[in-house]
Design a binder for this molecule. Structure first.
Ligand code: ZN
Length: 506
């Protein structure tokens, strides 16, 4: 058979579809594991997942896939780089190179180590015993450095680790940005902390769980989350997962005595899922059919959760309805009190409970500690003390124990060190940059939100971000949308404007 670029595209597409199918099957098993699987299924499920992931990996590192890429890259060299085919090739090439550079034996060894490390952490955290995980963490740090060394030529040892989730981002670009953000946030946090904290007791009353779920689902339907191509279930840790172009699911966590937790986690995960639901169907099954980076993904969840879902216009419209659903609990609580309650700023020890203003300080602390560990200027043995010192300096509080300190997040105990946190804060920064651009293009957006309408904003995000999947890197997307690089100013203007008003700062 003669081989033309057309037949080679068919061959490539077929292989990518197979990889996608295996990954999606694993994702569905994982979704089931985290939602409905009986605990007795854990052993078999672990084996099933490992098998599917191994098969997908084997298909990705197949040398003949590399040959197909070589030929097709040459054949499309003259095409517009922004069109689908070169973009798909770039994304597949990136994944292929990353997968072949770390030897399979190393990858398997790390996976086995991380599984043991996670088990140790699951015991160490409730026992408040850092000593239990310390040898595991030392080994993880060693593996993290060795992983980076498979990608020689990096400027900083963390760059290859950051590249996994946030392709194109480096320590050199993130560090000055985070340092500037930290410097600007410190006085804002201090000013706010000097005020009387808002009374948020209205959020902590008995709220019927089915009514909480129904209200959240009504809001995300209005946002544009498509229940014909998705569903919401409950899980201990909320997440979103894409099983296919027509099946992007979310989960939420509902508390009977806490209204904000469930609602805002639903809005957050819907933001992630709407991004995935909005990818151009032409990219389906090509590996370029998912959100491009942790940072852009988090920008979408945060945009819907915070910039929309915690805004004054949003609650001005929706609060009377919420009051009519919960008349006993909220009937006598004013809109102003409720709005201030859902935007309460408080210096706290736990990242996942943190508000919009202090959240980034938690992330920046972790990012800086990761760099220090990787650079060798901080030893694992000294990490708990370094953690306490960093919290005391940045937030003015220090955890009394390691359970609420260095042991609180699973990330370092279940994955490599160096690339797992930056995306949260980059996402916050991007959320404001994108939103400012959307409002510049459509100044009616805030008024529409105040009228319970979201289609102009959703349509703009779909057109500018969602449909592209992974066709453009984070930096390329930013350039196309804003005409420039990552900028802190819109985010700082958003935070100081909103919280200056809530806390009557001058
Ligand atoms: Zn998220």
């Amino acid at each position: 058979m003669t081989s033309t670029p057309e037949t080679q595209w068919v061959a490539l597409r077929g292989r990518l579809q197979e990889i996608s199918a295996l990954v999606s099957a694993a994702d569905l098993l994982e979704w089931d594991q985290l939602t409905y699987m009986p605990s007795g299924g854990a052993g078999a499920r672990g084996q099933q997942l490992a098998t599917l992931q191994r098969l997908a990996h084997e298909k990705l590192i197949d040398p003949t896939l590399g040959l197909l890429l070589d030929t097709l890259e040459a054949a499309t060299a003259q095409q517009d780089a922004a069109s689908d085919e070169p973009a798909i090739l770039r994304e597949v090439r990136r994944r292929y190179e990353r997968a072949i550079k770390a030897p399979p034996a190393f990858t398997a060894e790390v996976a086995e180590h991380l599984a043991a490390s996670y088990d140790a952490w699951a015991v160490a955290r409730p026992a408040n015993d850092f000593g239990l995980v310390r040898p595991f963490l030392e080994k993880t740090l060693d593996y993290s450095r060795r992983y980076a060394d498979f990608f020689p030529g990096y400027a900083h040892v963390a760059d290859p680790l950051i590249d996994v989730g946030d392709h194109g981002m480096t320590v050199a670009t993130i560090r000055p940005c985070f340092a500037a953000l930290r410097q600007q946030l410190a006085p804002l946090v201090k000013q706010i902390s000097d005020q009387t904290p808002p009374d948020d007791r209205c959020l902590y009353q008995p709220f019927a769980e089915d009514k909480q779920i129904a209200f959240g689902e009504q809001i995300i339907t209005a946002f544009g989350y498509d229940f014909e191509r998705g569903r919401q279930d409950r899980s201990p840790h909320p997440f979103s997962t894409r099983i296919g172009a027509g099946d992007v699911r979310i989960t939420t966590r509902i508390y009977p005595n806490d209204l904000a937790q469930g609602l805002f986690s639903t809005l957050h995960e819907a933001g992630h899922a709407m991004y995935e639901q909005g990818v151009d169907p032409a990219l389906a099954g090509t590996l370029a059919d998912e959100g491009v980076s942790m940072a852009v993904h988090e920008s979408q969840s945060r945009l819907w959760e915070n910039l929309v879902g915690r805004s004054w216009p949003f609650w001005n419209h929706h609060y009377p309805q919420l009051q009519s659903i919960f008349p006993e609990q909220l009937g006598k609580v004013s809109l102003d009190t409720f709005y201030r309650a859902v935007n309460k700023v408080q210096r706290s020890l736990i990242r996942t409970d943190a508000d919009e203003v202090t959240y980034n300080l938690h992330v920046i602390i972790r990012f800086e500690l990761e760099q220090a560990l990787l650079e060798g200027s901080l030893a694992v043995a000294d990490l708990p003390d370094a953690w306490r010192a960093a919290y005391a300096e940045a937030l003015g509080i220090a955890p009394p124990d390691d359970r609420d300190g260095v042991l609180q997040d699973v990330h370092w105990y279940a994955g490599l060190i160096g690339g797992s946190f930056q995306g949260y804060t980059l996402g916050n920064i991007l959320s404001a940059q994108f939103y400012a651009e959307a409002v510049r293009a459509h100044p009616e957006i805030p008024a529409e939100i105040g009228g319970g309408k979201f289609n102009t904003l959703h349509g703009w995000l779909r057109e500018q971000i969602y449909r592209h999947g992974s066709k453009f890197t984070t930096a390329e997307l930013l350039q196309r949308i804003t005409g420039g690089p990552l900028r802190l100013e819109p985010y700082l203007a958003y935070l100081t404007g909103k919280y200056g008003q809530i806390y009557e700062l001058t």
